[in-house]
Design a protein around this ligand. Structure first.
Ligand code: SF4
Length: 221
């Protein structure tokens, strides 16, 4: 990937423009995962790793009907959880993690999803991205969860040269105001799904085109 030539001041100006245009394009950007409480959000987010939100949303109603809280899920037979989520990628691992993390919620947090980054990250199947999604959506924390879409757009837009999500997160935090982090996360995901596609970004239809150096883009429509 070519080096990004923009100065920090230029990148901050670019960030302001990107936010304004994303705000117009996605005024109601929010997670597409369906959930009714922090526990369901945590479970849905763990399930969404390397899977589409649509596949998660299709499976979770039956899962939550059978196991509505940490206590019931901690006692669930892993094989039954597997059956309920088998349409989702990596379902065997995820079923084990759901039962184990529910057990830890009971053991350490009274069955509640903890309001603490370190405590969520320590749960089986929950990494930094999961913690950011859960804490920002359920508890209003300022956070930028970096998934494949956010990382790709951050690099194409010149805000980060890193592939490591933790480093991308730090780069984005430098250029975007804290109060916009959660919106930015959701808007970049929507833009990555609809316009800035992984293989062939639709640059000619992109609202960010005049702001975007398109770093690393070899082919677009
Ligand atoms: S101009 Fe192209 S590379 Fe840049 S954000 Fe838009 S679709 Fe992605």
């Amino acid at each position: 990937m070519p080096a990004n030539p923009a100065s920090p001041a230029a990148l901050k100006r670019r960030a302001t423009g990107v936010l304004a245009r994303l705000g117009e394009a996605y005024p109601d950007a929010r997670t597409e995962l369906e959930y009714r409480n922090p526990f369901e959000l945590l479970i849905a987010t763990v399930l969404s790793a390397q899977a589409t939100d649509r596949s998660v949303n299709a499976a979770t109603p039956a899962l939550f009907a059978a196991y509505p809280d940490a206590r019931s899920m901690s006692a669930a037979p892993v094989e039954h959880v597997e059956t309920l989520i088998r349409t989702i990628g990596l379902y065997r691992n995820k079923a084990r993690n759901l039962v184990a993390l529910s057990g830890l919620l009971i053991e350490r947090h009274g069955g509640e999803v903890p309001n603490s980054f370190d405590a969520v990250v320590a749960l089986p199947g929950a990494g930094r991205k999961t913690a950011n999604v859960v804490l920002s959506n359920a508890y209003g924390y300022a956070a930028i969860a970096v998934d494949t879409h956010v990382g790709r757009l951050a690099r194409r837009l010149g805000f980060s040269a890193h592939t490591n999500p933790d480093k991308v997160e730090l780069d984005l935090q430098r250029f975007f105001p804290r109060e916009k982090w959660v919106f930015l996360h959701h808007a970049l995901i929507l833009h990555g799904r609809r316009i800035c596609l992984a293989r062939t970004p639709q640059c000619s239809a992109c609202t960010l085109l005049s702001l975007c150096p398109r770093l690393g883009v070899e082919r677009s429509s």
